[in-house]
Design a binder for this molecule. Structure first.
Ligand SMILES: [Zn+2]
Length: 424
């Protein structure tokens, strides 16, 4: 187990609404820095000693500038100042005469916007609506609302709900405010086991997962409903570049991303539960080809196709990222023939038509859910062959999917035969 600390940067979509408030905090942080800088100079001149952050906080906590910010934010400003002075003092002691003490924060007649840090008591994270509430100091609360409500947008593959947010920082960068989330998590890089699971992506069932002997379907209905809702809403906008239309687009993207995060998380959790070390995902290249076969993937209009192309790409990225954190390897394989072959007997029927989501094998009479059949075929593409008869695909081991068991003597998962053979 290793503790990991990472910082994720996010943009603020409602920049216009919050920038004045953030400006005030940023300027307040610079003013407090200068107050502390001045105090430190005085102490240095009088005693030849630099006050530590504890002294700075004790001396300045009743200063007017201190209460412009949340107390923890003010503390952080003074801690940074003390760190900067210590750094300079250390260099100086080591004979570096050119080292300069930290300066005042001035930009002509005005103050630059300093970074403002918010520790646990100073922020509240609202994961559902992807926003964060930042506390102001007592002085600034009098004029406006008590807090600043910032929407945020991280990179799409970042899911903050998986991290323990230690600190939020408001940073002024390239003429705009951004948020930095300093997060912590524990990552166990050992794979949960040696099982292999197959994932088939589709329209009706966004994902079908075969664990070999057990399968799970994940319908995509919620995603489709969202799509329908936002398309309708947007059609009512007069201008597709209007503020309202932009807002709808942003919201739609957020909802899609949330759905995909939730789905990938559920599948990875199921894999961890089932000792899966390898997750095989059918490559999307085949989806368009299958579009005309009239199977479960006949998704009609092009809007859907675009959505799903986008969603599948994003989903695969998220799945990969979440699986990696659990030590699970994700592999993409071609989907070729996975909807036309019987996963029980390997029989391939080019004319196979899916009726009511069922796959019926004319060779061995197996009846399977079409998506599960596809997922099992995908899964089988990377399973080691256990056949002793030369690996005849049609009559051999495909009829009996391999099962991996926990091998107590080795402490790992292994094919059932190996485990059974080892037993006395
Ligand atoms: Zn069959």
């Amino acid at each position: 187990m290793s503790r990991t600390i990472r910082t994720f940067e996010a943009t603020i979509p409602n920049q216009q609404q919050v920038r004045d408030d953030l400006d005030q905090l940023g300027w307040a942080a610079s003013k407090l820095w200068n107050v502390g800088r001045y105090y430190t100079q005085e102490q240095w001149d009088e005693t030849g000693e630099i006050p530590d952050d504890g002294e700075l906080k004790a001396e300045l906590k009743s200063h007017e500038r201190y209460t412009d910010l949340h107390s923890q934010s003010s503390q952080r400003v003074l801690e940074e100042l003390a760190e900067a002075f210590n750094g300079w003092f250390g260099k100086r002691r080591n004979g570096d005469d050119r080292a300069r003490p930290p300066g005042y924060r001035k930009n002509g007649d005005s103050h630059p916007r300093s970074t403002v840090s918010f520790k646990a008591a100073g922020f509240k994270h609202d994961a559902q609506f992807t926003r964060v509430r930042l506390s102001k100091g007592r002085n600034l609360k009098e004029h406006r609302s008590d807090f600043i409500l910032c929407e945020y947008q991280t990179r799409p593959d970042v899911d903050l709900t998986e991290w323990d947010i230690q600190q939020v920082r408001a940073v002024y960068k390239r003429d705009e405010w951004r948020l930095q989330f300093v997060c912590r998590t524990t990552i166990d890089p050992e794979p949960p086991g040696e099982e292999v699971a197959g994932v088939d992506l589709g329209i009706c069932n966004f994902a079908a997962v075969s664990f070999g002997g057990k399968s799970v379907l994940y319908p995509g209905g919620a995603l489709k409903e969202d799509e329908y809702y936002f398309t309708k809403k947007k059609a009512k906008c007069d201008d597709s570049s209007s503020r309202e239309a932009t807002r709808l687009d942003w919201k739609r993207t957020g909802r899609r991303t949330h759905f995909l995060h939730a789905l990938s998380k559920a599948i990875v959790e199921e894999c961890v539960e089932r000792s899966v070390g390898s997750l095989v995902v059918g490559n999307l290249g085949g989806i368009r080809e299958n579009d005309e076969t009239g199977g479960s993937r006949n998704w009609g209009d092009h809007g859907n196709l675009d959505l799903h192309g986008w969603a599948f790409d994003r989903f695969t990225t998220l799945l990969d990222y979440k699986a990696e954190a659990e030590g699970i390897n994700v592999e993409l394989v071609s989907e070729r023939d996975t909807s036309k072959s019987c996963s029980a007997c390997g029989h391939t029927d080019d004319n196979q038509r899916v009726e009511r989501g069922l796959y019926v094998c004319e060779e061995c009479d197996t009846v399977a859910n079409a998506d599960v059949n596809g997922a099992e075929n995908i899964r089988q593409k990377v399973l080691p062959s256990l056949a002793t008869d030369g690996g005849d695909r049609d009559n051999g081991w495909l009829a009996q999917p391999a099962v991996h068991l926990f091998d107590r003597s080795e402490g790992v998962f292994a094919p059932r035969e190996q485990v059974v053979n080892r037993e006395p």
